[in-house]
Design a protein around this ligand. Structure first.
Ligand code: ADP
Length: 480
């Protein structure tokens, strides 16, 4: 592998290219007309415009991306995450063109991309699953019977769902019929597939996922867990490794289950097996993501591995460079997704121009960033500006660093999740380690954040006033 085309944009394109460069591999960027001046375009050795701003006209145009790779003599394509990264048809198109797809084979992507097919695949591997249906449901009578059996509340999910979309919680029998109908039409319009199924809605679960890595020779290891319970709209905002909850036995059991999930679909490459853990510490398989995850840096920091390098390594057909016994956890890492979203306004996207944009620096701070001061945050794509990651010898040290890094991160022009990240890092529930995916619902409100911000502003004003008075005194003393 001499040249990799990265079929993505922003911070993840840069993240992948950085490792490629470190390995002496040339890089090709693709970009839409909106990204002409983006940092990932400038960083790459070569760059090709693949279409207009909307991703349906550019970053989702698999045929144009493959043509660009062939044109420029790239021999591999890295899909990053989002866009075409979990599109089995794209993976196949890449390999049919004689290129290497840095990711699993199309069959594994297809199986795991459908939540019901995934459940079917892992049957026989003793993987615990959330009680529910294992087939699509549509008939109200059948749905009612299942719901009564597992007990309310239940969750209706789209088989083809992702990104927290297409989920509906139903607490009462009376709402069931209407909600199923709505979920099916929503799934049809969002994913082109109206199949929905039912799961028991776990009351206060934790989202714990396991990073796996498999080579093309049947070797599979796991790189421990990531805790991703701090979410808004069923989507992660703060992640950490290791989880503050797991015992060594639980870590081993979940790791083994994840390896089995990877084995069940003939997996090769880096992937993530997601689990929910209930209040009684039972864990259940949720789904598998057949790509690199946004939160992969926390795993890199606590294992000392470069996951993109490992992806490239196994895509070259080489055997895993280590065994399970050679992998160890060291220290603690936290990640905050810095989204251009307004935490005071329901986390709605906040687009605009980055009037000021300065990144924090220092020991134990890593920023995977895709933006620069003066840039416009485009409305066309996911509004994530950067991943802010901190590392420390233990959890309190990593949290302390995160607060320092948040304070040093300067953004003006758009609202971001930075103040929310600080709110989380100060909250007693988070500090104690006793929190669930309902953290935002149970502990967060814009009013609380506003109070904190006002307190901080008052404090800052107090400090400024004191400095001013001191200066005046010095001035007067000097003059007299
Ligand atoms: P998606 O693929 O859309 O991201 P997931 O199945 O991965 O959906 O679930 C995303 C989040 O939704 C989980 O992290 C959790 O917070 C919540 N969730 C999913 N299934 C359940 C369930 N059965 N009970 C409670 N919460 C759930």
């Amino acid at each position: 592998m001499q040249k990799i085309l990265v079929a993505n944009r922003g911070e993840i394109a840069l993240r992948v290219m950085r490792t490629a460069r470190k390995m002496g591999i040339a890089t090709v960027a693709v970009y839409s007309e909106a990204d002409r001046d983006a940092p990932h375009v400038r960083y790459a050795d070569q760059a090709v415009c693949i279409g207009q701003a909307p991703s349906s006209q550019s970053y989702l145009k698999g045929d144009r991306i493959v043509a660009a790779a062939l044109d420029l003599g790239a021999d591999a394509i890295h899909p990053g995450y989002g866009f075409l990264s979990e599109n089995a048809g794209f993976a196949k198109r890449v390999t049919d063109a004689g290129l290497i797809f840095i990711g699993p084979g199309p069959d594994a992507i297809r199986t795991m991309g459908d939540k019901l097919a995934a459940k079917e695949a892992v049957r026989g591997y003793h993987i615990p699953m959330v009680p529910g249906t294992d087939r699509p449901v549509s008939h109200p009578g059948e749905v009612l019977e299942v719901a009564r059996n597992i007990g309310f509340p239940i969750l209706i999910k789209a088989a083809a769902g992702g990104g927290g979309k297409g989920m509906r919680i139903v607490s009462r029998e009376a709402d069931l019929k209407e909600q199923i109908k709505r979920a099916m039409s929503e799934a049809e319009s969002a994913f082109g597939d109206g199949s929905v199924f039912i799961e028991k809605y776990l009351e206060s679960p934790r989202h714990i996922e396991i990073q796996v890595l498999a080579d093309q020779h049947g070797n599979i290891v796991h790189l421990f867990e990531r805790e991703c319970s701090i979410q808004r709209r069923h989507q992660k905002v703060v992640e950490e490794a290791p989880s503050s909850l797991l015992s060594e036995e639980e870590r081993t059991a979940m790791g083994q289950a994840a390896v089995n999930v990877a084995r069940s679909c003939g997996y090769a490459g880096a992937g993530t097996v997601e689990f929910l853990m209930d209040a009684d510490r039972n864990f259940y398989f949720l789904e598998m993501n057949t790509r690199l995850q946004v939160e992969h840096p926390v795993t890199e920091l606590v294992t000392g591995q470069d996951l993109v390098e490992l992806q490239i390594h196994v895509a070259r057909g080489l055997p895993l460079p280590f065994t399970q016994d050679e992998l160890h956890l060291k220290g603690h890492a936290l990640e905050l997704r810095v989204y251009a979203e307004d935490p005071l306004n329901d986390f709605l996207p906040s687009v605009g121009r980055l009037e000021r944009y300065r990144l924090p620096e220092g020991e134990g701070i890593r920023v995977d960033n895709g933006f620069e001061e003066g840039m416009q945050v485009p409305i066309y794509y996911d509004p994530m500006l950067a991943k802010l990651v901190t590392f420390g010898a233990d959890r309190p040290a990593a949290i302390r660093r995160m607060r320092e890094a948040i304070a040093a991160y300067e953004v003006e022009g758009v609202q971001t999740t930075l103040p929310f990240g600080d709110f989380v890092c100060r909250h007693p529930a988070f500090l104690s380690g006793h929190f669930s995916t309902h953290f935002v619902k149970e502990h967060y409100s814009p009013e609380l954040l506003l109070q904190d911000l006002e307190k901080e502003a008052a404090l800052a004003a107090g400090v400024a006033l004191r400095l001013y008075l001191q200066e005046m005194r010095t001035l007067r003393t000097n003059q007299s």
